[in-house]
Design a protein around this ligand. Structure first.
Ligand code: MG
Length: 286
C-alpha cells in the first residue's frame, strides 16, 4: 500500500463512526472498524462483512474493541469504566477482547485497537503490576494468531505510556496515536508526545480538539478536523519525521446524520489530501 492511505473510523452495527456506505461514497480505501456487537461476531457474519468490504473496495486496518458499560461521560467516569483497568469487569472483558481478536482474525485483520483505561501512574503500585499482567495475557493470545495490540493514547502522559509499553516486555504491543485525545484529556502537548513514543506508533487517528480550561479535570471539546488545537500540518510533518507510513484514519466521535457526516468527513479528507500532497512533494525534492 502506498504511503498514508486515507481512512475513517467506521462502524457496522455498534457505537459511533462513519457508515460504511459513506466511506465508500467518499472513496476512502481503509477503515478502523468498531468491533460489532457480540451477536454479530460469528464466523458467518465475518464472512459476510469481509465480502461486503471487498465489494466496497475497503480494507480494514484495525478492529477496535469496546465493552458494555463503558462511558465517556466525563473524565472520572472514564477512569471508572473504560478498558481493562477497572477491576470489577476485568476478567469478562479480557475474555471478550480475545473473542474480538479472534473475530478480527477471521476478517483477516491482524491489528486490534483498545482504550486500555487509565494506566496507574505509580509504577510501584500493585494496580500497575496487575495492568501489566493483564496486558501480557492479552498480547500472548494475540501473538499466537500473529496479531498486534495497539493502545489508544490520551489517558496518560507520553512518558507514563512509554514506560508501561517497555515494562510489559511484549513485542506485539504498539500505539494508536490520537493527537486530539492528548488535548481532550489534558495529557500533554500531542506533537512532543508523538516524537517521544514514535517508534511504537503503528496506527493513528486524525482527530481535532480544543483544550479544556481545566485540563485533566474536565473534557476539552472535540471539533471538526482543522478547527482545533492540533496543528494538522505539523502533525503530518511529525508523522513523516518518525517514519510513519500507515493510514491516516479520520475519527469523529459525534453521532451524526449521514448527510452531515458526509459533508464533514469530505472536508476532513480534502484537508488531509492537500497537506499530504505538500509533504510528499517536499519529501520527493529532498
Ligand atoms: Mg481515537
Amino acid at each position: 500500500m502506498s504511503k498514508w492511505p486515507l481512512g475513517v473510523f467506521a462502524s457496522i452495527d455498534a457505537g459511533l463512526g462513519v457508515h460504511l456506505e459513506v466511506a465508500h461514497e467518499l472513496q476512502v480505501p481503509t477503515v478502523h472498524l468498531h468491533a460489532p456487537q457480540k451477536q454479530s461476531r460469528t464466523p458467518e457474519r465475518a464472512k459476510e462483512f469481509a465480502a461486503k468490504l471487498k465489494d466496497l473496495g475497503i480494507k480494514i486496518s484495525c478492529v477496535f474493541a469496546g465493552f458494555e458499560g463503558e462511558s465517556y461521560a466525563d473524565i472520572p467516569t472514564v477512569e471508572k469504566t473504560i478498558g481493562l483497568v477497572p477491576e470489577n469487569t476485568r476478567t469478562e472483558r479480557v475474555a471478550e477482547l480475545k473473542e474480538i481478536a479472534d473475530f478480527a482474525k477471521s476478517l483477516g485483520v491482524d491489528v486490534v485497537g483498545l482504550h486500555i483505561g487509565y494506566v496507574p501512574h505509580d509504577s510501584e503500585s500493585e494496580a500497575y503490576h496487575e495492568v501489566l499482567e493483564v496486558t501480557r495475557n492479552v498480547c500472548t493470545h494475540l501473538a499466537a494468531s500473529g496479531q498486534a495490540l495497539h493502545l489508544e493514547t490520551g489517558q496518560e502522559p507520553a512518558d507514563v505510556l512509554l514506560k508501561f509499553l517497555k515494562d510489559t516486555g511484549c513485542n506485539n504491543l504498539f500505539v494508536n496515536f490520537d493527537p486530539a485525545n492528548m488535548i481532550l484529556y489534558g495529557a500533554g502537548e500531542p506533537l512532543p508526545a508523538l516524537e517521544l513514543i514514535g517508534s511504537y506508533v503503528r496506527s493513528i487517528h486524525c482527530k481535532d480538539g480544543t483544550w479544556s480550561d481545566k485540563p485533566g479535570v474536565t473534557w476539552g471539546t472535540e471539533v471538526p478536523l482543522g478547527e482545533g488545537d492540533v496543528d494538522m500540518a505539523a502533525y503530518l510533518q511529525t508523522l513523516d519525521k518518525i517514519g510513519y507510513t500507515g493510514p491516516l484514519t479520520i475519527e469523529r466521535e459525534i453521532p451524526q446524520e449521514p448527510d452531515r457526516q458526509k459533508e464533514e468527513i469530505s472536508k476532513a479528507l480534502d484537508l488531509l489530501k492537500s497537506l499530504k500532497s505538500k509533504i510528499l512533494q517536499e519529501d520527493a525534492k529532498a
